[in-house]
Design a protein around this ligand. Structure first.
Ligand code: GTP
Length: 906
């Protein structure tokens, strides 16, 4: 019971938003007013007690009263009239509330709904209808109205809303319509409840009262020239309709009010319309209300007034409650309606402003950023543009930095060159050459890259020499290297891999420094190297080119500083910079599953600063930086641009070349990583079915190709790559291996699901499935093979692939028998009495009959007999009787050739 009661109470409670809606205001506006009145309010759901409603209404009333007073002061006679009108009004208007309330019909509606919740709507509608009917017929009003406001008036209200009585005004008829109403208005005067017309006017109290007063007067007066457009229109009409307007002051004033109301509000048109639809008077009310809220539509009102020719009656500026926001946040384009909402303006107002800017737009039309800026500028509102970014594909965008935020960062260097030319020796020599102060003697740790310091400046070297790693990174979209060093042994010269390295560096557009190594060797000839290099457009500076050549000996540690200085010089010229004061972004250089630490990733921070505790996404994995160590094994709290570090705190093992970005929290990082993983899987699966033009011919040529889809999971990236390479080389006719996914770390549930969806087998190399994956494997019946030796994997796959092939058969002729006699036996057919002339004839063999060199039959042997007994086989030199399946046209002299189909080993 009590619950019911509660819910009933709840229902009966008036919430801020409901109240605001009833006034056609925003909750924010009401909240602002409530706060201004020191009334307790939290948000739009706060309950509006009756007392609060009263106070708010009092507030409106005060505003209007003030405005009225001002106007009264300013315009003498009119004021008197107004006063009269007002004093009259109470009589006409039965309810005090109505007369005193500054608000609108809407508001009344609300009040009604609170207090009485009654018949008004119906009554209104009826009235409205009357109005309409009344209004239409009469021509006068029109004429005047028409004159009053050039074009607009009729329109808005008139035309369509004619329906509403007000509309009536819109159209000339409006005036009349209204007055048509009047009668009822008056009638209402008599009937307390009736009162919309009155309510209407009642609401009007001050501002409008005045305006109308003026209007009325004029209407009433012989001169009748309505000063106020509408009011006048109305007045005129009313005058016309009603013989003695003056005698019915209240009525007039109302009539007027109404007229004025509309007249003043150009906007009214649209609202009227809606009102019209609802069949309520609310519109009128709204307009009034708007009048009442000068800040809101004051401008329009004024304009409207003028438009309608309110010559003499200049409306004094009204007080405004300015609820225009100071700043709006815009994400991309907006519709006019949305912009209007953001600006707390009427859409029609915005549309009008757009028109002035030369843009014709409807409420639902999208407007671009420029127009948004202009409109907001018109209201003095600041616009903050937030362009939403595709955070899932975070590697594709990068925050732009202001020039002043950028700071010089260490260059990142990769060493490339031919086998045995000394890459590794050089990397090791450099690592030892210069140890950052205070860290000498620190145990160097392999983290995929290291830093050295020379002349107080740092250089970062990627530890994996060779262009394969370099290009693999690049293929994965990671541009990590700033400078490449091409090592050439001075005793050897340019070799194939030297050329490849040059081409890879050039393709990446990365500056090249040539290190001519092994200069200690007696047979070293640096000039020969330089000469050869010119063929690849690498011309030494001393020969007029722009390539830096440095002669070094990695082994003897000769001129290593010279090389480092040259690196710094190139870096300086290229101005490698980054903004250290933002979230970290980088690239995974290596990653693995460490037995003790779990997944670890070696990362090169490229932008921003990575800190302990940062949540991040690396490829399709996510995590929170638990610990960070540098190449000296030193624990770091943060790492800036170009710093290589090893981090723990990942949930899975990412891949080398994966992009890395810090996000505000782990939840977001997880969500992004998961979406990236799904996307990747989808594209992996899509890749299976996708046929490119390049591929098309192969597909056609291969006819029905068979793919063995394979997913590789390995303990380290290197093994995964090695397996991938070896499997790709398996050559079994008609079948090929398709690696659909490779990864480092345990076999996960998502691997198994991918395998199941793409009918793939999973190869685990030195890794095991995790517990969830185990369950899914059983459920999905996925073939998972665990191996520790690469050779075994290849062998197993090769076998499996052979098994997939359709068996290939070869025909083997086993013997011939010559037909010597033919016996026809009823029900049996023809028996060929034959002599086996070579090989043998077996019961299970197939046979063909050759007559004069032509095959006349191929089929199966039906029976083979030796005398009367069935025989399994009959050897050469023996006679036998043979019948053939469904063939009895055998003739003497025919040769029966027996053959079998043998499977061929591949
Ligand atoms: N004399 C002399 N020998 C050198 C020098 N630099 C490297 N070597 C020797 O050259 C051989 C190959 O050196 P690595 O550093 O392994 O060459 P690499 O280019 O890394 O070779 P891969 O790793 O196979 O690609 C080793 O025996 C080194 O000792 C040098 O400056 N002078």
């Amino acid at each position: 019971m009590s619950n019911k009661q509660d819910s009933k109470d709840n229902k009966d409670k008036l919430r801020v938003y409901e109240y605001a809606k009833s006034l056609n205001m925003s909750s924010k506006e009401i909240i602002t007013i409530l706060k201004r009145l020191n009334l307790p309010v939290n948000n739009h759901m706060s309950v509006m007690e009756n007392e609060m409603v009263t106070k708010v209404e009092g507030f409106f009333r005060d505003i209007k009263a003030n405005a009225a007073a001002k106007r009264a002061q300013e315009s003498g006679g009119a004021a008197v009239q107004t006063a009269t009108a007002q004093t009259n009004r109470p009589k006409a208007a039965p309810s005090v509330q109505e007369t005193t309330k500054p608000t609108t019909q809407d508001r009344q509606g609300t009040m009604n709904s609170i207090n009485t919740k009654t018949q008004q709507p119906t009554e209104q509608r009826e009235q409205r209808q009357q109005n309409n009917q009344n209004s239409r017929p009469s021509g006068q009003g029109q004429g005047q109205g028409g004159q009053g406001r050039p074009s607009g008036q009729g329109q808005g209200q008139g035309g369509r809303q004619g329906g509403q009585g007000q509309g009536g005004q819109g159209r000339p008829s409006g005036g009349q319509g209204y007055q048509g109403n009047r009668p009822s208005g008056q009638g209402q005067g008599n009937r307390p409840s009736g009162g919309q017309g009155q309510g209407y006017q009642g609401n009007r109290p001050a501002g409008q009262g005045q305006g109308q007063g003026g209007g009325n007067r004029q209407g009433g007066a012989p001169s009748g020239g309505g000063n106020r457009s509408f009011g006048q229109g109305g007045a005129g009409a009313s005058a016309g309709n009603r013989p003695a307007p003056a005698s019915a002051p209240a009525g007039q004033s109302r009539g007027f009010d109404a007229g004025a109301g509309r007249g003043q509000q150009p906007r009214g048109g649209s609202e009227d319309r809606s009102g019209g639809k609802n069949g309520r008077f609310n519109n009128g009310g709204q307009k009034r209300f708007e009048d009442g809220r000068p800040g809101f539509k004051g401008g329009n009102n004024n304009r409207g007034g003028k438009g309608r020719g309110g010559k003499g009656q200049q409306q004094p500026p009204r007080e405004k409650i300015d609820n225009t926001p100071k700043k709006i946040i815009v994400r991309g384009t907006l519709t006019v309606g949305d912009l209007a909402k953001l600006l707390h303006k009427d859409a029609s107002e915005v549309i009008k402003k757009l028109l002035f800017l030369g843009v014709m737009a409807t409420i639902n039309q999208e407007i671009d950023m420029d127009a948004i800026m202009l409109i907001a500028g018109e209201y003095g509102v600041e616009v903050e543009v937030k362009i939403p970014v595709e955070e899932d594909a975070f590697e594709t965008f990068e925050e732009t930095d202001e020039a002043e935020d950028l700071m010089v960062r260490p260059p990142v260097v990769t060493i490339m060159g031919h086998v045995d030319h000394g890459k590794t020796t050089l990397l090791d020599a450099i690592r030892k050459t210069n140890v950052t102060g205070g860290e000498a003697g620190g145990i160097t740790q392999h983290i995929g890259a290291y830093q050295v310091e020379i002349n107080g400046k740092k250089i970062t070297f990627l530890d994996t020499p060779g262009h394969e790693a370099f290009t693999m990174m690049r293929a994965r979209g990671a541009q990590v290297t700033d400078i490449t060093i091409i090592v050439v042994a001075a005793d050897d010269g340019i070799m194939p891999q030297t050329v490849e390295a040059i081409n890879h560096a050039k393709a990446a557009g990365v500056p090249i420094i040539v290190a001519v190594n092994k200069i200690d060797k007696p047979e070293a000839n640096a000039d020969k190297i330089k000469q050869e290099m010119t063929e690849y457009e690498l011309v030494p500076e001393e020969w007029g080119g722009d390539t830096i050549f440095v002669e070094v000996s990695a082994k003897q540690r000769i001129n290593l500083e010279g090389l480092l200085e040259m690196i710094l010089l190139v870096a300086e010229v290229n101005e490698f910079k980054a903004n250290p004061n933002k979230r970290a972004r980088g690239t995974v250089i290596e990653a693995e599953l460490d037995k003790g630490k779990g997944p670890v990733a070696r990362i090169l921070v490229q932008h921003g600063t990575l800190k302990i505790g940062d949540a991040f996404v690396a490829g399709n994995c996510f995590g929170r930086v638990r610990a960070m160590v540098n190449d000296r094994g030193r624990r770091l709290k943060e790492a800036g641009p170009s710093t290589p570090i090893e981090i723990t705190g990942l949930t899975e093992v990412p891949q080398a070349g994966d992009p890395f970005l810090v996000f505000e929290d782990e939840r977001k990082a997880r969500a992004i990583a998961e979406r990236r993983a799904i996307k990747q899987r989808q594209s992996d699966m899509g890749a299976n079915t996708r046929v490119t033009l390049d591929d098309l011919f192969n597909h056609i040529k291969e006819g029905e190709i068979k793919d063995l889809n394979v997913i590789i999971k390995a303990d380290v990236q290197g093994s995964a790559e090695a397996l991938k390479g070896s499997l790709a080389k398996i050559d079994v006719e008609g079948v090929r291996v398709k690696i659909i996914h490779t990864g480092v770390g345990a076999i996960t549930e998502s691997d198994v699901i991918l395998a199941s969806a793409s009918n793939a087998i999973v190869i685990g190399f030195n890794v095991r499935p995790d517990p969830q994956a185990e369950a899914t494997i059983a459920q999905e019946k996925v073939d998972v093979r665990m191996h520790r030796v690469i050779y075994n994997v290849i062998d197993e796959i090769e076998q499996a692939m052979k098994g997939m092939l359709d068996p290939v058969y070869k025909e083997v002729v086993i013997g011939h028998a010559e037909v010597r006699n033919v016996f026809k036996v009823t029900k049996v057919g023809a028996i060929a009495g034959s002599m086996v002339v070579d090989g043998k004839i077996t019961r299970s063999a197939e046979a063909r009959v050759i007559r004069g060199g032509i095959v006349v039959y191929t089929g199966k042997i039906d029976s083979l007999k030796r005398f009367k007994d069935d025989a399994k086989e009959v050897a050469s030199g023996y006679e036998c009787g043979i019948t053939l399946e469904r063939f009895s046209d055998i003739k003497e002299g025919d040769m029966i050739e027996a053959f079998i189909m043998e499977t061929v080993e591949r």
